[in-house]
Structures are given as C-alpha cells and as structure tokens.
Design a protein around this ligand. Sequence first.
Ligand SMILES: Nc1ncnc2c1ncn2[C@@H]1O[C@H](COP(=O)(O)OP(=O)(O)O)[C@@H](O)[C@H]1O
Ligand SMILES: [Mg+2]
Length: 379
Amino acid sequence: MAQVHIERVSKIYSGTQRAVNDISIDIPDGEFVVLVGPSGCGKSTLLRMVAGLESITEGKVSIGDRVVNGVDPAERDIAMVFQNYALYPHMKVYDNMAYGLRNRGMPKAEIDRRVREAAKTLELEHLLERRPRELSGGQRQRVAMGRAIVRSPKVFLFDEPLSNLDAKLRGQMRVEIRNLQKRFGVTSIYVTHDQVEAMTLADTLVVMNNGVAEQIGSPLDVYERPASAFVAGFIGAPAMNLIEAVVEGDGRALAVGASRLAPFSHSPALEPGRPVTLGIRPEHLRRAHANEKADMDLVVSAAEILGADTLAHGRIAPGGTGAAPLIVRLPGNVRLETGARLPLVLEPGAAHLFDGETGRRIDLAEAAVAPQQAAMARA
Ligand SMILES: Nc1ncnc2c1ncn2[C@@H]1O[C@H](COP(=O)(O)OP(=O)(O)O)[C@@H](O)[C@H]1O
Ligand SMILES: [Mg+2]
C-alpha cells in the first residue's frame, strides 16, 4: 500500500503544446481518485506518466516514499486494469491469474497460495478451471482484478475499463470495482470521461479540462461548489443551466437578455456592469404555488417525459430567440403545454455565479465590492 504524490507534473509531446499542464494531486494511502474530463483533456497521459508508460516532461511522481520518474514500469509496484480486461482466452482462470507471477519466476507454492487466496476473496474459487468465455462479464472483471491483486501492487491504475460495456453491465461493474477496491484498500487512480461513473466511484474527483486540473475535491463538494463554469457544466445530469448575464442596478440584480433576475438579493453587491454567468441546476427550480412570487417564468418549448421526472425545456420569459435557454426538472406527473408560461421558484442559496470572462466561481462573500466603491459605480 502507498500514497501517491503528483507534483507539478506536465507533459509536452512535441513543440510547446501541453497535454498535461502543471497538475498536482496528493493521494493518501487507500484512496480512490478519479480523473474525469472530456476526451483529449489529458487523463490517459497523466495516468500513463504514473504508470511509467510515458516520460514525465516536468514535475515529480512519487509512489510511497520513492520518486519514480526514472523507475521502470515493472519496478513501480503498480497494476493496470484495462478495457476488455485483456484476459488470455485459451487459459483457465487459474492460469490467467498465475501468468504474471510465473513470468517473474516466483516459486510454484507461493503462486498457488496467492492465486487461491485472491480467488477466495473474489468468490472465484469454483471458477478456477473455467476459461474466460465461460464466465459472465462480472466474473471476467473479477478475474482481471484477481490477476492484478496477486501481484500485491501498491497502486491500481484503471483507464476507462468499463467504456465498452452496455449501460446495465457498466452499472453493476461500477459497484463491483468500488467494493473490491474498498475490500483490498489499494490506492487507485481511475480514468473516465463519464461523469456519473466518476461521481459514484470517487473518494476524490479531479476534473480536467485542456490539460489542467480545474477542480480537485469530493464528488459532493464538486457538485455543490463547482470551481468554474466548465466544472459546473460538466458535472451533473442534465447539465447545469449556464446563463449569460450582466450585473445591474445596485449590484444585486442580474440582467438576462430582456429579463431581470435577483437570485442574490440578500448577498453583498457586485460591481454593476460586470459580465457574469449565472448557474442554476435543473433540479433547483420548481413550479411556484398559486399566489407565490416567482423568481422567473419559463416559456415552455418541449417536455421530455422520463417517468420519474419530466424535463421542461424552454426559454426564460419573455421567450423568443434572444432569451436564455433553460431546462427545469419537474415531478413526473406534471403535464406541460408547449408555449405555456411556467412560473418558477429557485431554491434559496442554490444559484451559482461565475466570472463572465475567466469562468471562475465568484464567491459572493469575498466578491463584494466595498460599499463606497459600489456607490461610486452607481453615481
Ligand atoms: N503519443 C502521443 N503523441 C502526441 N500527442 C499525444 C499522444 N498521446 C496523446 N496525445 C495528445 O495529448 C492530448 C491528451 O490526450 P489523452 O491523454 O489521450 O487524453 P484523454 O485520455 O483525456 O482522452 C490530446 O490532445 C492527444 O491528441
Ligand atoms: Mg484516454
């Protein structure tokens, strides 16, 4: 077992383009870290630098107390679990699990002890004589984990191991991987572009974009306090509504196209005229009760009926092509007419605000301009 330290690591494949740009992550012993982000953002490159399959252009990677920059992959005490599990089809389960140890010239009795112990923990004892094609997808995944486990690695590395499976099997495998990792307590780094997979597996999420770590935190932390508009739009399904707006009036109202919203009316004032992005999750809006004051109206253009929920699509009133698009998650029993005007209430404190230029989160407590400054801006 071991902690992993990734310290200011960058990767330049050629020229000056950085596939990974100055990333630092501290991974405590036994933790499950997920690197998540869109295709091409540098996840595999970072993982492969930890594995030793790519050279590290800048920075330092340590496993346990040892800096491994110059260490051969085979000497790093890591085990990689790939897509499709890469089992040998002609070999029995026992031999698939024993193969790597035999290659290293380990004594037969020790190999046998390790394989049987892993098989017991993984509930594979009754399957040791079978070949991979005689196993279910879940059993194959356990064999792949078993083959990694018998080597007593300090770190597991996973690169999109489930992306070729259908949705149902993927869901089952996710739970399986999570349980196995917890049982063995092996420090793990897992790469995926699937934000649902990332949210459900991770102790710690690293949200990557363009080679940069946009945010590192627990899944709930990232969901509740996204550090940037990119993270806000990437984590959560359906995605957070990101609405372009300009701070108006006394610094507590927002102009969104032709409408005016005041989701932060009790917060300190912002600088009038500042461009911002207002973030609202579809699940944080609800239909206003009769006689309740609405925060905004939605002009409905379509309803997506999902059974448990209905997603209302449309634009913020007054509607029309210039108005901001908005998606609202409503209970499944709500029926909506196209063109209807739906008064909406925003859950208190649920709105997010991002800088219109940098995309970084604006912390309202910190962002407040001094009162006299706001007064000057108004004058
Ligand atoms: N061997 C390579 N040589 C040159 N560029 C590469 C190589 N591998 C990956 N890249 C580039 O580095 C960037 C990150 O790739 P990758 O780490 O595979 O992303 P991800 O795994 O997040 O999809 C991409 O722009 C990709 O084209
Ligand atoms: Mg990849």
